[in-house]
Design a protein around this ligand. Structure first.
Ligand code: CP
Ligand code: NVA
Length: 325
C-alpha cells in the first residue's frame, strides 16, 4: 500500500544536496530549517489514516540505507528513525556503540570511513558531542545528531512542528523553558534564533544553559532571557517546555533535585502562562519531579502529538540530508 504522496516542495537554493549533515540547528540557515519543517507538514498530511508501515508514494528514499549508532538508551528516536526510513522506502540498521569495535578503541575516523562504504547516511546518539563532528568530518555520508550531551536538534524540529500545528506559526510565540538548561534547552535556544521566537529560560544558576550558546544567540540577535525565577519565566508564555532533571550521563550526586524542585511545572506555574498555553516534554518524563501528572496528562499537554512528530520531522530531515528535497 502506498500513500498519496504530494510532490516534494522545491528546495531553496542553499540546499547542500546529497551530503548535508544535520548536527546543530545553529549550523543550518533558517530557510533550510523552514523547508524541512514545511515538507514534514505536507508529508504528514499526505499519509494520514494509512497503516504505519505503508510506504509513501514515490518511495523518496528507495535504495538508501541508514545506519543508526546508539551509545545511549532510546525509545522514540530509535523507533521513529526506523519507521521513517521504512515509510520513505529505504532501509535502516541499528548498531549499539558498545558492541562495535568503536567500543574497543577503533578510531572514530576509521569507523566513519568504513561505515560510509556500506550506507548512505549515519544517525548517531553519542555521549560526547565532539564524536558526532569527528564522524561527520571523517566520513563521506551525511551525519544526523540524534542527541548528545550538548544538543538534540531532531527533537526541536518535532517541537516546532507541534507548536505550528496548534498556533499556525511559531514566529513570535512566547516560549518558556523550565528546569535544567540541558541538551534540549541548548537546541531550543538555537531554534528560537533560527525560527524567530522569544524564549525565556527559568533555570537555577547552577543549571543554566551553556554560556557559549547564550552568547551565540545574543550575537545573532535572538530574543533570549535567562532568569532564576520560575514564575517570571512562565508569565504569559504560550508554550511551556520542560525535560528531565537528570539527563543520561549526568552526575546525580549533590543537591541537584532540591535545587531544581522550585522549577517543577505544576498547576500553579501553568496558571502564570497564557490561558491557551500548551505544555511540551520530549519524554521520557518523571511525574512528580520536573512535571506533575496533572499537567503532563492534562488538557494543555500535547506530548503524544509531539512524540509522533519525531517521525514526521525526521522523515524530512533524512530526505534533506540525502538530497531528496
Ligand atoms: N525524546 C527522545 O529523544 O526520546 P528517546 O530517548 O526515547 O529517544
Ligand atoms: N535531556 C534528556 C533527553 C532525553 C531524550 C537526556 O539527555 O537524557
Amino acid at each position: 500500500m502506498t500513500a498519496p504522496f504530494t510532490t516534494p516542495l522545491s528546495a531553496p537554493e542553499y540546499t547542500m544536496g546529497a551530503n548535508g549533515h544535520f548536527i546543530d540547528l545553529k549550523d543550518m540557515p533558517s530557510e533550510v530549517l523552514r523547508h524541512i519543517l514545511d515538507t514534514a507538514k505536507v508529508w504528514k498530511e499526505a499519509r494520514r489514516g494509512l497503516p504505519k508501515g505503508a510506504v509513501d508514494e514515490g518511495a523518496p528514499l528507495a535504495g538508501y540505507a541508514l545506519a543508526m549508532i546508539f551509545e545511549k538508551s532510546s525509545t522514540r528516536t530509535r523507533i521513529s528513525f526506523e519507521m521513517a526510513m521504512q515509510q520513505l522506502g529505504g532501509k535502516s540498521l541499528i548498531l549499539q556503540g558498545d558492541n562495535m569495535q568503536l567500543g574497543r578503541g577503533e578510531t572514530v575516523a576509521d569507523t566513519a570511513k568504513v561505515i560510509s562504504r556500506y550506507v548512505d547516511a549515519i544517525m548517531i546518539r553519542a555521549n560526547e558531542h565532539a564524536l558526532v563532528q569527528e564522524l561527520a568530518d571523517a566520513g563521506d555520508v551525511p551525519v544526523i545528531n540524534a542527541l548528545t550531551d550538548r544538543s538534540h536538534p531532531c527533537q526541536l524540529m518535532a517541537d516546532m512542528l507541534t507548536i505550528e500545528e496548534r498556533f499556525g506559526s511559531v514566529e513570535g510565540r512566547k516560549v518558556a523553558w523550565l528546569g535544567d538548561g540541558n541538551n534540549v534547552a541548548t537546541s531550543l535556544i538555537e531554534a528560537a534564533v533560527r525560527f524567530n521566537f522569544p524564549l525565556t529560560l527559568g533555570c537555577p544558576d547552577a543549571f543554566a544553559p551553556p554560556g557559549d550558546v547564550l552568547a551565540w544567540a545574543k550575537a545573532e540577535g535572538g530574543d533570549i532571557t535567562l532568569t532564576d525565577d520560575p514564575q517570571v519565566a512562565a508569565k504569559g508564555a504560550q508554550v511551556v517546555i520542560t525535560d528531565t532533571w537528570v539527563s543520561m550521563g549526568d552526575d546525580t550526586s549533590g543537591d541537584r533535585m532540591e535545587t531544581l524542585a522550585p522549577f517543577q511545572v505544576n498547576d500553579a506555574l501553568m496558571a502564570q502562562a497564557a490561558t491557551d498555553a500548551i505544555f511540551l516534554h520530549c519524554l521520557p518524563a518523571h511525574r512528580g519531579e520536573e512535571v506533575t501528572a496533572s499537567v503532563i496528562d492534562g488538557p494543555q499537554s500535547l506530548i503524544w502529538d509531539q512524540a509522533e512528530n519525531r517521525l514526521h520531522a525526521q522523515k524530512a530531515i533524512l530526505a534533506w540530508c540525502l538530497g531528496a528535497i
